[in-house]
Design a binder for this molecule. Sequence first.
Ligand code: ADP
Ligand code: MG
Length: 317
Amino acid sequence: MRQPPMIETCGLAKSFGRAPAVSGLDLQIPAGSTFCLLGPNGAGKTTVVRMLSTLVRPDAGWARVAGHDVAADGAAVRREIGLSGQYASVDEFLTGRANLVMIGELCRLRRPAARRRAAELLAHFELEPAADRPVRTYSGGMRRRLDLAASLITRPRVLFLDEPTTGLDPRSRLVMWDVIRRLVLDGTTLLLTTQYLEEADQLADVVCVMDSGRVTAQGTPADLKASVGGTRLLLSLPPGAALGRAAAILAPHAAGPVRLTGGPGRLEVPVVPRPGIVTDVVKDLDAAGIPVDDISMRRPSLDDVFHALTGAGEAAA
Ligand SMILES: Nc1ncnc2c1ncn2[C@@H]1O[C@H](COP(=O)(O)OP(=O)(O)O)[C@@H](O)[C@H]1O
Ligand SMILES: [Mg+2]
C-alpha cells in the first residue's frame, strides 16, 4: 500500500493585503525525503513554511502535516514538527547548553532528560567545545547549528529549515550541509528553503522552483537539469575564424544542431559525452586550419534551469 505523503498541500494560498504571497500551491512530500523550495527573495518560501508550521493561517486551500490539518488541528501539527529559521531563537546571554536544557524543559522533558538530550545534540552538532560559553560569543555558523539543535529537542518527524545557510561563510555552509545530511539519515522528513541553486542540488531529493508565489518547475535535480538539455561542448574560436566551416566540421560530432552562442566566435555543440571527443574535435578543426582558443565540456546545472525559467537567455559558459 502506498504511504500517504508526510506533507501535502492543495491549492494553498495566502495574500498580504492585495498582493498574493503564495498562490495555489500543490505539494506532495513523501516521508523521509528532503524537499527544497528554491526561489529568490520574496518568492513566498517563508510564507509556505509559516503556513505549514501553523504560524500563519492560509486564505485558501488546505495543508496536512503528518496527517493533521494545519488549520483544524494546529496543536497536533506542532507536536510533530521542528522549525529553524533565518533568525535564531536562542538567548544570547545563556550558554549553548543552558539554552538547550531550557527549551527541553519548555517542551516538558524532566531536567535530567533535558540535560541528556542537550548533551547529545551538542555533540551531534560539533558544539561541545563551546557548550558552556554564552551564545553571544558564538560565530554565525555556531548560532545556526545551535538553533537547529533547539528545533530537534523533541525529535520531530518533520523539520522545516528556512534558509539555513543564508549569510554563512562558505566553510560554515559546508559544515551545515554535513549536519543536514546526517539528520535526514535518521528518516526525518525535511522541507528546506534556499536561494542557492547549489544547496538545492546538494541536499534535495525534489526541488520546487518558486517565483512570485507560484511554482515554476518541480522535479529531482537530475530531471530539472535534463529538462534544459544534455551535455554540450563549448568552443571559442579566434576573431575572424570561419564559423560556418567550423560548424560543418563539428556537425558529425554533434547530437543535435550546432549553435552560435552569445559572444563572438562561440559555438555550442550538443554531444553524447565519450572519452576522446574533445581531442577528436580539436584535431578535425586543426586539420581544416581552424585554430581553437578554448574548448570545454559543460554538463547542465541547476543554474541552466534557473536561466531557462527566468528567461535570462543563454546560460553563460
Ligand atoms: N507579514 C507580512 N506582511 C505583508 N507582506 C508580507 C508578509 N510576509 C510576507 N510578505 C510578502 O509576501 C511575499 C513573499 O514573502 P516571503 O514568503 O517572505 O518570501 P521569501 O521567504 O521567499 O523571501 C513578499 O512580497 C513579502 O513582501
Ligand atoms: Mg524567507
